[in-house]
Ligand binder design. Structure first.
Ligand SMILES: [Zn+2]
Length: 453
């Protein structure tokens, strides 16, 4: 048993320094969608790692560079941290109480773009490393970092990077970029991510918009073409009508169902937080809702654009129409396969005029909830949080974890500093300093326990 008193004391005493370092990182804009400040931010992250004695390399990719760092430790094991230094755009700026890149602390809360997603996660890991190095003079195990700059824009170059560097990235386990507590304040272990296939569907029926009095009776209408095509994708009972779409779907295992049944009923929280008055399929809540929300693949219209939408009326027959559509995929679906099936379906339905633009995809990936490393992380949380960490076998979001699964074949866990009100992608993004301290304590315990093998 390790006594964590000295480590916890260090973290308590140096919290302000770590928040200052995080503030410096937040003050460096790094918006991947706008290609703003990425090189500078990568340099800053590299500098912070080098200060801790890491061997750092800023690796160019076809887009934003990846910061790779490693440092040998006492034990034989190697732990890999995956994080990202890029952030979402801060717009709409007028909804921020303070400028997004000028971090401020108010009542124990740090505000700024990227404070929790994902810069607070980066510095909380560095903070834990500082504490361990200060107390023990070395790291308990070898630590590697992959910190990319394109996570918010679908990690387009990450797969190539991991494939090309799989030998030096070799590790025994990985801690993912996010994590934290749920709405009850209970620390959660998110083990799997759904996949995604994101497309734009577009139709062009003429070389210009036409007066509806002229063309309405005799010209094809791009908006109607698109609406009919969309209508063919899903019925009113939420069944996705693309032949073969469900073929690769595997049902949740008994172990996954057991873990899902231990989670709290989220129905009231969802009704309250989002103002929805019912759930699809007549689901009331409980386990049925928990299973449906992640184990049911989706076809979501994310946006629709055509014709005239300004004030008043404009008698126009649109020549163009487009829609953004995403499919959230469950094990063992694949984005490439869904893309093929979608094309075949549209063609078979007579929508050869509907273009598909592939806007990116991720495959789903899972870590076995009974992997020993998962238990190590759960056990390591015990001295930090008042409540027992709970395991969520699959979550609704998507990310590039399958890339690490595929090339490095290691368990991937989450441990982090977020809470449900973090507003990660919205104005007034924030992080609770109390959770930041807890997150660092948890990471320190994970590293220590992992080093003891
Ligand atoms: Zn993130």
């Amino acid at each position: 048993m390790t006594d964590f008193q000295a480590v916890d004391q260090y973290l308590q005493d140096h919290l302000q320094e770590s928040i200052n370092e995080l503030s410096r990182l937040v003050a460096q804009p790094s918006v991947s969608a706008q290609n703003w400040g990425l090189e500078e931010c990568a340099g800053l992250v590299g500098e912070m790692l080098a200060q801790r004695g890491f061997r750092v390399e800023i690796v160019p990719t076809g887009g934003a560079p990846v910061v790779y760092a490693e440092k040998a430790g006492r034990g034989p094991g190697t732990l890999l941290f995956y994080n990202h230094y890029d952030v979402q755009p801060a717009e709409p700026l007028e909804l921020w109480d303070n400028p997004p890149f000028v971090p401020v602390v108010k009542d124990g809360v740090l505000y700024g773009r990227g404070v929790s997603d994902d810069k607070g996660h980066i510095t909380s890991r560095l903070f834990a490393i500082d504490a361990l190095q200060a107390v023990y003079g070395e790291l308990p195990c070898t630590v590697k970092f992959v910190i990319e700059g394109e996570e918010e824009t679908s990690s387009v170059h990450l797969s190539d990077f991991v494939r090309a560097n799989q030998e030096r990235l070799r590790a025994d386990a990985c801690v993912w970029e996010f994590g934290g507590v749920d709405f009850r304040g209970v620390p959660m272990q998110y083990l799997g991510l759904r996949g995604i296939c994101y497309v734009e569907l577009s139709v062009e029926t003429a070389n210009q918009d036409v007066h509806s009095g002229l063309g309405g009776s005799i010209f094809p209408n791009a908006a109607w073409r698109l609406v009919w095509a969309l209508n063919s994708l899903k019925d009113a009972d939420e069944n996705i009508l693309i032949p073969g779409f469900y073929d690769d779907v595997r049902q949740p295992t008994p172990r996954e169902i057991e873990l899902m049944s231990e989670l709290p009923d989220a129905s009231q929280e969802y009704r309250h937080r989002y103002g929805v008055d019912h759930f699809l399929g007549g689901i009331q809540g409980g386990l049925e809702l928990r299973l449906a929300e992640v184990y049911r693949p989706t076809c979501t219209i994310c946006g629709l654009t055509s014709g005239y939408q300004g004030p008043g009326s404009k008698t126009v027959l649109p020549a163009r129409a487009s829609a953004k559509v995403d499919f959230r995929l469950v094990p063992n679906q694949s984005p490439e396969r869904v893309l093929e099936l979608l094309r075949a379906h549209l063609d078979a339905q007579g929508f050869t005029d509907v273009q598909i633009t592939n806007l990116g995809g991720d495959a789903p990936a899972l870590t076995d909830p009974d992997d020993p490393f998962v238990q190590l992380v759960v056990d390591a949380s015990a001295g930090v949080y008042d409540q027992q960490m709970q395991i969520v076998p699959l979550t609704g979001g998507s990310g590039p974890n399958y890339v690490f699964k595929q090339y490095l074949d290691l368990p991937i866990v989450t441990a982090g500093v977020s809470h449900p009100g973090s507003q990660a992608q919205a104005p007034n993004a924030n992080m609770l300093l109390d959770l930041y301290l807890k997150g660092a304590k948890h990471i320190a315990r994970i590293l220590q326990a992992f080093g003891q093998g």
